[in-house]
Ligand binder design. Structure first.
Ligand SMILES: [Ca+2]
Length: 76
């Protein structure tokens, strides 16, 4: 389980260029996120996550990330 606050701080950590979106490159640089996401959602790879929930430009916003974790029933 992840709280929204935890998710938010994770997101900020991952968004290295601080453009408000996590790109696939940023996801790949962040094994920690992959671990949390796969634990919380059952999604096993960044490509899968972005393919299912990300923008067409290959990045994911905090709101999208939150939806994924919510949908998986793992947001406190
Ligand atoms: Ca970014």
């Amino acid at each position: 389980m992840t709280t929204e606050q935890e998710l938010q701080s994770l997101f900020k950590t991952l968004d290295r260029d601080q453009d408000g979106k996590i790109s696939i490159n940023e996801l790949f640089l962040s094994p920690g996120l992959s671990a949390i996401i796969s634990a919380d959602t059952g999604i096993s790879s960044p490509q899968e996550l972005l393919g299912m929930y990300g923008d067409k430009d290959g990045s994911i916003t905090f709101e999208e990330l939150k939806k994924v974790v919510e949908k998986a029933g793992n947001l406190k």
